[in-house]
Design a protein. Structure first.
Length: 729
């Protein structure tokens, strides 16, 4: 599919390739409304739709266009333009597959119509791997078939750099363990030939037994030290991995959390890191010890009997080829098992968090059915992977056993012919186990390695994601509080914008009330002020400076927010109030609680400010949680204050108390307030009335009531509802 230029640079490239064409995008629905092929072409002067015969069926001059928009339809959408004479002209229809691209195209047409520089973005979520074309396990995810395992292993090894001294010591201990493990077969061979043979040297027996016991003592001590070192390295590296992925998650943009559920994210920190830990604790030691053992034993075998060694080592290439052949398919299967674990965690987390709702609707059986489905998916994928793995392992074991048969056949014949002694044969046979032990390890470590690399890929996928752009952390800015929206357009789904060209200014110290029906864009406006998201078009300026040029940490440090659904951490009331200012004195905590009218109810608790609030504040009532949340914002002492339905969880009397506290709090601060009950916004400096993402009215409460427009109708509707339910404010 031809690509739309995502920015000015790509746009210039498009001009070179298509003459004056700035945007060229293929639609997948024809003129008749069925699946078909049409091409949208946009130049600096014309919007055209080209049919399959190459002839334009629609042409609209850019100079006649005021704006462009996307109309959401069932299963797709339509790009429309609004002309200066008020006409709404349908341009082209498309399916949901390309909806986001046409949303960007609409934005590009709008930019050209306004004489602005073309600056659009077509970076969409990937469904297939760019390299092999396979469907990805998840959108924008990692393709398990194309991941470079060596590179992944190298990245894991970099986490061992802080512990390189311990890693070097572990390698040396592994070398010593290898040498000690080679000693018993030689001692046993000498006992057979020199003690049990014709020599009958009894003193030599006790000497060799003494050496053997000494070797066992030293080997046991070395193994203990080595295993302790393995536990230390594995635990610390896995802990560092968990820290790295958690830190990466904390600094990701909120758009990532909009796409992922909590259970899927937590599985990256738990299950995936556990797989890496298992490989580091079990796989890496086996790799070091048995790899060295394989080299050492092979050398001794050829030194003892080159002919017999050649015969008994013959199955090794076959075992290695089996492992290599099935390495990648097994890695893919284990990656899919990881995906099933993520979905399992996702459902488990969701169902437990919503247990009150489940019980309220008596849907335990329904949730159990969903759990059973996820559990069976996990079971089936795990069984499939393990079944295939044990089949491969069984084939490897056959060739391992075959080597023993070869050893007895060829070696027995050589002893019978007098070409080697019985002691030499026993030494070779004992060493045989040390050769094929590492090869069995090859199969086992392949299992560990595949599981670990699949988990590591998912971990590094998180770590490699682009974090929020925090800007220059050393560049401190003292915010006065002017917030200016300039033609701000934004949509969580770019093909369906929530805000459509918002323009207004909140002056320092003003209280701006955001009013509108559900879905009008009030909370989205608040999210943009906090820079949880950034505008798709237009700009937001703080004190005249585009807030994307400010340090994000410094900006948020001067913004306080009280959410509609208050969230408290599982700690004491005092800790929650001081969350935004951990170094606050107890007197400051009490002062903030008084300002939020929370002090009295806190003192009524048996443990006062030391009362534990429980998970998400479950031990407090809704109103108590909200007042603690308000106290937290007050103590934070922000320049910009955001109240998102701050009084929706309290009764009428408590609301009046909080309104008094808010009246004191907003003095000297720029405040944005959303209120469920419109009457609570009477004292706002101005009200911004939103409807379908656009500003329809701005003014004081009195001015808008006198105007008898949208806001007046909202107030009247709410008053009528209040009368019906018997509510009085």
């Amino acid at each position: 599919m031809s690509q739309l230029a995502p920015d000015a640079t790509r746009a210039e490239s498009a001009i070179e390739n298509h003459g004056d064409v700035l945007i060229r995008l293929e639609a997948d629905i024809g003129e008749s409304g069925n699946y078909g092929h049409r091409v949208l072409e946009v130049t600096s002067s014309m919007v055209s739709v080209i049919e399959t015969d190459g002839v334009p069926s629609i042409q609209v001059p850019i100079e006649d266009i005021i704006t462009a928009r996307n109309d959401q339809l069932v299963g797709g959408g339509a790009l429309e333009v609004i002309t200066k004479d008020g006409r709404i002209l349908p341009i082209v229809s498309y399916s949901l597959t390309v909806a986001a691209k046409f949303s960007e195209a609409a934005r590009g047409i709008e930019q050209l119509a306004k004489g602005e520089t073309l600056s659009i973005n077509l970076k969409l979520q990937k469904l297939r791997c760019d390299r092999c074309g396979r469907l990805l396990p998840e959108r924008d995810g990692v393709c398990p078939a194309c991941v470079n395992r060596g590179r992944t292993l190298l990245r894991i090894s970099r986490f061992m750099l802080p512990y390189r001294k311990q890693a070097i010591l572990l390698t040396l201990l592994s070398l010593l363990t290898t040498a000690l493990n080679l000693a018993p077969p030689f001692i046993q061979g000498r006992i057979i030939d020199e003690v049990l043979g014709k020599a009958r040297d009894l003193p030599l027996l006790w000497q060799l037994i003494g050496v053997w016991v000494s070797v066992l003592v030293v080997a046991s001590a070395v193994n203990i030290v080595r295993d302790r070192m393995v536990a230390y390295l594995g635990g610390h590296v896995a802990g560092d991995l968990r820290s790295a992925v958690y830190r990466a998650i904390e600094f990701l943009q909120l758009t990532y959390f909009d796409k992922k559920q909590v259970g899927a994210i937590t599985s990256r920190v738990t299950s995936d890191t556990d797989r890496v830990w298992g490989f580091l604790v079990e796989g890496v030691p086996y790799f070091l010890l048995n790899g060295l053992m394989l080299i050492g034993v092979s050398a001794f075998l050829f030194w003892t009997s080159p002919v017999l060694a050649s015969f008994i080592l013959a199955p090794i290439p076959i075992i290695v080829l089996i492992g290599i052949r099935f390495w990648r398919p097994m890695a893919q299967m284990f990656y899919r098992v990881g995906q099933k674990w993520a979905r399992f965690h996702m459902h488990l987390n969701e169902s437990l968090n919503g247990i009150r709702v489940v019980k309220a609707f008596a849907k335990e059986d329904l949730e159990y059915g969903k759990f059973t489905k996820r559990n069976h998916e996990l079971r089936d994928s795990g069984v499939a992977a393990d079944t295939r793995w044990f089949t491969i392992f069984g084939a490897m074991m056959f060739f391992t056993a075959l080597a023993s048969v070869i050893c007895w056949g060829v070696g027995g014949f050589m002893v019978y012919e007098g070409k080697m002694t019985l002691g030499e044969f026993y030494r070779v046979f004992a060493l045989l186990g040390l050769v094929y032990g590492p090869l069995q390890w090859f199969a086992a470590v392949n299992n560990w390695f595949s599981r670990a690399m699949a988990g590591a890929d998912r971990i590094f996928e998180i770590i490699d994601m682009e974090p929020e752009q925090y800007g220059d952390a050393d560049k401190k800015v003292d915010i006065v509080g002017e917030v200016q929206f300039d033609a701000v357009r934004f949509g969580y789904d770019k093909s369906n914008p929530v805000l459509k060209g918002l323009t207004f200014t909140a002056k320092p110290g003003e209280m701006i009330g955001l009013v509108g029906k559900s879905g009008a864009g009030k909370s989205t406006t608040i999210n943009l002020v906090c820079r949880f998201y950034e505008p798709d078009a237009g700009s937001i300026r703080i004190d005249g400076v585009d807030y994307r040029d400010l340090s994000l940490q410094d900006l948020r440090a001067q913004i306080g927010i009280v959410l509609q659904e208050p969230f408290l951490f599982n700690g004491s009331i005092a800790d929650n109030i001081a969350y935004g200012k951990p170094d606050a004195t107890f007197e400051e905590v009490i002062e903030a609680a008084r300002a939020a009218n929370a002090h009295n109810f806190i003192l009524g608790k048996p443990d006062g400010y030391d009362t534990m609030v429980g998970e998400k504040g479950s031990k407090l009532s809704g109103g108590e949680r909200q007042r603690v949340s308000i106290a937290r914002a007050i103590l934070h002492n922000p320049r910009i204050l955001i109240l998102d339905e701050a009084t929706s969880s309290v009764d009428v009397e408590t609301e009046r108390q909080i309104q008094e506290a808010i009246g004191r709090l907003i003095e000297g601060r720029t405040t944005f307030a959303i209120a469920h009950r419109l009457s609570t916004l009477r004292n706002a400096s101005r009200l911004v009335v939103l409807d379908k993402g656009e500003i329809v009215e701005i003014g004081t409460h009195a001015e808008l009531m006198e105007k008898k427009g949208v806001f007046y109708n909202l107030v009247e509707t709410q008053s009528a509802i209040n009368e019906i339910i018997g509510y009085t404010s």
